[in-house]
Design a protein around this ligand. Structure first.
Ligand code: SAH
Length: 261
């Protein structure tokens, strides 16, 4: 018997067969692919993915669904872990090859933590396809200067290209979510290589800037000691949503002394 969907874990199962096939076509799987599926649920997408790839590991937090998957998804190239994705070290997963392709119809309340985790472990994956709430998709594809443009947009763009692939109406899920969804695609680029220290600093600056969206950056970024080049090239009376990713990067490029809290 199928377990009853649990609200707590954002369980909205993809139930429209045509739509599932459409998603799988979009992903364009290759026989040599290794797939990491976040939250396989009842395995609706898992079955389709597994039949086209070399191997698949699904990480499912819900013990009942995990048991259900083990019994019902019988592809020899599939294995499942009953773990919280946010707590799994991707490097430790027993894939025969990496980087892997990350795929998931994920719980919407943890979309940002999932994206930040994937950013932090970017060497482990090759690309990402995720179903997210439409508002989140709008945010991460927003134009600079718009209301939706924010911390998540800047952080993601510094490491990856983001694309909306297809709109998903509530009707393709059971139970129907209250919001609309969009299937998005993320692919890493290497336009702005940063070492860990620079990345941490960049994260701090972007976070501080957007924690007070309405303030001019000269106020929200007061704790940082920016270089003369940055000061001469960027007008500090601007607000954070008007700064491009390149401008945020310029801010941290040759920052001298930082007194971070
Ligand atoms: N992919 C399935 C299920 C989507 S619902 C489908 O499309 O039908 C989201 C799934 O993510 C649920 O199965 C839920 O139990 C699981 N989940 C929620 N939080 C999780 C977490 N932190 N780690 C792993 N899985 C999680």
């Amino acid at each position: 018997m199928k377990p009853i969907p649990r609200k707590k874990w954002g369980q909205h199962f993809l139930s429209d067969t045509n739509f599932l096939h459409k998603l799988v076509r979009i992903i364009n799987l290759q026989p040599q692919d290794s797939v990491l599926e976040i939250g396989p649920g009842e395995g609706a997408m898992t079955e389709l993915l597994a039949s086209q790839v070399k191997e698949l590991i699904g990480i499912e937090i819900d013990m009942n669904l995990f048991e259900y998957l083990k019994i019902n998804v019988r592809h020899s190239n599939c294995s499942f872990l009953n773990r919280d994705f946010l707590k799994v070290e991707l490097r430790s997963l027993p894939f025969s090859t990496k980087p892997v392709r990350v795929i998931g119809n994920i719980p919407y309340n943890i979309t940002s933590p999932i994206l930040f985790k994937l950013m932090a472990e970017s060497a482990m994956w090759q690309d990402i396809h995720l179903m997210v709430q439409k508002e989140v998709a709008d945010r991460i594809t927003a134009q600079v200067g718009s209301r939706e443009y924010g911390r998540l947009t800047v952080m993601l763009w510094s490491k990856m290209d983001v694309k909306k692939k297809v709109y998903a109406p509530p009707e393709v899920f059971i139970p129907k979510p209250k919001v609309s969804s969009v299937f998005i695609f993320l692919k890493p680029h290497n336009r702005y290589p940063m070492d860990q220290k620079k990345w941490d600093l960049f994260s701090k600056v972007v976070k501080a800037a957007f924690s007070q969206r309405r303030k001019m950056i000269k106020n929200s970024l007061r704790e940082f000691n920016f270089s003369e080049t940055a000061k001469s090239q960027i007008d500090f009376s601007r607000r954070p949503q008007t700064l491009t990713v390149e401008e945020f990067l310029l801010l941290v490029r040759d920052i001298s002394i930082v007194n971070c809290k």
